[in-house]
Ligand binder design. Structure first.
Ligand SMILES: [Cu+2]
Length: 190
């Protein structure tokens, strides 16, 4: 648009538009563009806020130096720490430096609200193959809603330099059927 304005004879040249009027145009046109952008943005923001209301399960993820703590808010007592598995703990098929001792288990086809926070420095809860990346900051609850359409294990890593063992806090998320999730809950609560 700017190139067109510069190289065309639209104003300043043939039309002999005065500079003050030209300035006016230059402020009104961008304002109109911004006003047009506001309409979808505000409605998206509104629906984004509504999205958090109908979540069925809330999972609080807290970043620690250096492990993740998961709390399933709707089930009292269902909280556990998730540490990296060392080389001698790995079982066949598990990826090195990505596998954890306690995976976060989540049912599929369920609206899940992740509340991401930190207990110390800034971490980032990032699962790149699900397009999830949210900073975990102390005192701030970042909220993310997600509905997993498939079953599987997803791996991610902390994506904010959080200290010496930054590379030792991977994220392993296991999406299962709801029945398996219920069985896992009972297992953890025992
Ligand atoms: Cu980190």
């Amino acid at each position: 648009m700017f190139l067109y304005l510069i190289f065309s004879n639209f104003y300043f040249k043939r039309k002999k538009i005065e500079y003050q009027f030209g300035e006016l145009l230059c402020s009104i046109f961008p304002t109109v563009i911004l006003l047009v952008q506001i309409v979808p943005s505000l409605s998206l923001l509104y629906y984004y806020g509504l999205m958090n209301i109908d979540s069925q399960i809330s999972v609080k993820v807290t970043g620690h130096q250096w492990y993740w703590r998961y709390e399933v808010g709707d089930i009292p007592g269902l909280e556990f720490d998730s540490y990296i598995k060392s080389l001698d703990q790995l079982e066949f098929g598990e990826p090195r430096l990505l596998e954890v001792d306690n995976r976060c288990v989540i049912p599929m086809d369920t609206n899940i609200r992740f509340c991401i926070s930190s207990a110390d420095v800034i971490h980032a809860w990032a699962l790149s193959n699900l397009s999830i990346k949210l900073d975990a900051m102390r005192g701030i609850l970042s909220i993310l809603r997600y509905n997993f359409p498939v079953v599987g294990v997803f791996y991610g890593q902390c994506s904010e330099i959080c200290g010496a063992n930054h590379r030792f806090i991977p994220i392993a998320l296991e999406v299962t059927l709801f029945d398996s999730f219920k069985r896992w809950c009972l297992l953890i609560l025992d």
